[in-house]
Write a protein that binds this ligand. Structure first.
Ligand code: TNX
Length: 504
């Protein structure tokens, strides 16, 4: 059948040449190298997708993409046997790395090459942005679909390209998080950090410590939502994310930011410390305020380490990624360093690697720990470890999009964190493994508000994480952001109407 089709199409003479009109697709993040050709590829009526070496999943993603564009296709395994060809070859690792790919579109079709499944997945994400934005609504019906011909060779600058959702101050559940994962994947982001616990709420089921959720999950900041993820939901979200090349990083913030756990298990508090809150909050009252740095474990009690072990054990058992985030921020205690070293070793005993906010580097943590930097000058580091950049002046998306935006913070930067502030991130530190943008949710009380904080600034996060600094140009980026507007609308994202973007 395939042979007949090939013969028939070659008998009908060379395909009609369709000249390209208009600007090329606004691909974000900008690929490392792109050659735009002058012609378009007209997707034919009969389509064959071929894959080899583990490219089946990618072939299915592609089939799905075509289906939403109302184009039927057949999948076969084999070498270059279709008009859509996916080829995975580990020999390309040196050139394309773990996540890179080439994408070629010419008169005979579309060819994807990569060393890994992740690379071919990212080729599909680029390709998706060649299709009309209507496909994001999931039901695009049009006769002819034309793709701009191109040759792209692409791979990321950084292996860590993340966002963080603070689900503790205000709860966001599995539906929002899955949607967030979909949106992240489209822009090639690959790490989702969940800030699962804080003074206002404990958001992950720990079966051996049931009161953490029975009591600790009931609160939130005033006006926010409460709740928690069951372990089943956590695993479901994690699998959903992994299918899209996104690793979940769970954070249990310790030894400070811990009031919701103290409320559930008061024995973790120091004796006589009944008036522990900034406003005299005393167990069993929930904390609904915004102050930080006031609650902590009683670090002289050895039992707290049993608690930490129980929590880390369960969390490690349900986590497929290699990392557990132990928090470690905003706390003063003479035994802080001792705690961090012990918590780090507990994480390692459970087969995981420790991540913590940058304060953990005041303690002699193991060399394979990772520091998440949020503040340029903060305490002396006693270790030299890998770093994730989350500088508040570039990446704190709870800060205002524009000066004075309602319900936002500005303690880090008075004028807020504009999309340009995100885009201007720059580093030549060899310890930096990537970037991550947190949204703290003290003032983010609905899905719409969270969308507004993440988008469109997360497009800039995606680009600074992926594209070499020497290839980045803010003005040109804004044109591509505008080119994504309809796509963001069709995805149902309530993005902030950034004034310097000429949305089209
Ligand atoms: C600082 S920076 C925090 C959070 C707050 C945030 C508000 C850091 C590791 N912690 O506890 O929510 O500021 O912007």
């Amino acid at each position: 059948f395939l042979l007949i089709t090939v013969l028939l199409s070659s008998c009908s003479g060379s395909p009609e040449v369709i000249k390209a009109e208009g600007p090329p697709p606004s691909v974000i993040p900008l690929p490392q190298s792109v050659e735009w050709k002058d012609n378009m590829y007209l997707i034919p009526e009969v389509n064959h997708i071929c894959y080899n070496n583990g490219g089946e999943k990618t072939a299915e993603w592609l089939q799905q993409l075509l289906k939403v564009a109302n184009i039927e296709s057949e999948i076969n395994s084999g070498e270059s046997c279709g008009n859509w060809n996916i080829s995975i070859d580990s020999a390309l690792q040196e050139e394309l790395g773990e996540e890179g790919y080439t994408l070629e579109i010419n008169d005979s079709g579309v060819t994807i090459n990569s060393a890994t499944e992740a690379g071919s997945f990212y080729a599909i994400q680029s390709l998706r942005q060649f299709f009309p934005a209507e496909i994001e609504q999931g039901n695009f019906v049009k006769d002819d679909v034309l793709l701009r011909q191109t040759f792209i060779q692409d791979k990321p600058e950084y292996s860590w390209r993340g966002t963080m959702v603070d689900v503790a101050r205000s709860f966001f559940g599995i539906d929002y998080l899955k949607q967030h994962v979909d949106r992240m994947a489209l822009y090639k982001l690959n790490r989702l950090h969940l800030h699962l616990t804080d003074d206002q709420g404990w958001r992950i089921e720990i079966k051996g410590k049931p009161l953490l959720t029975e009591i600790g999950s009931k609160g939130s900041v005033e006006g926010g939502r409460s709740g928690y993820l069951t372990q089943e939901e956590y695993k479901e979200l994690q699998d959903y994310a992994l299918e899209r090349n996104i690793v979940i990083i769970p954070e249990v913030d310790m030894p400070g930011h811990i009031y919701s756990a103290l409320l559930a298990y008061p024995e973790l508090n120091c004796p006589g410390n009944s008036n522990i809150g900034p406003k005299g909050v005393t167990p069993p009252e929930l904390y609904t305020g915004y102050e930080v740095g006031w609650s902590k474990f009683c670090l002289e009690k050895p039992e707290i380490y049993d608690f930490v072990s129980d929590v880390i054990r369960e969390l490690s058992n349900i986590t497929k990624g290699p990392w557990i985030h132990i928090g470690g921020d905003e706390i003063e205690d003479p035994r802080y360093e001792e705690f961090v070293v012990k918590a780090d070793s507990i994480v390692q005993q459970h087969g995981k690697l420790t991540i913590g906010w940058q304060e953990i580097t005041q303690a002699p943590v193991s060399p394979n720990a990772i520091s998440q930097k949020w503040w340029a000058g903060h305490g002396e580091s006693v270790v030299n470890v890998k770093e994730i950049q989350s500088f508040c002046s570039n990446f704190y998306l709870d800060h205002a999009n524009v000066p004075g935006q309602e319900n936002t913070l500005n303690w880090c930067k008075e004028t807020g964190v504009s999309i340009e502030d995100v885009y201007s991130f720059s580093s030549n530190d060899p310890n930096v493994i990537g970037v991550e943008a947190p949204v703290w949710t003290e003032h983010v009380l609905s899905d719409e508000m969270l969308d507004d904080r993440f988008w469109p600034r997360t497009l800039a996060v995606a680009e600074v994480g992926w594209t070499l600094e020497s290839k980045r140009d803010f003005k040109e980026f804004l044109v591509r952001v505008a080119g994504q507007g309809e796509r963001l609308n069709n995805l149902g994202i309530h993005y902030f109407d950034t004034p310097n973007v000429q949305w089209n």
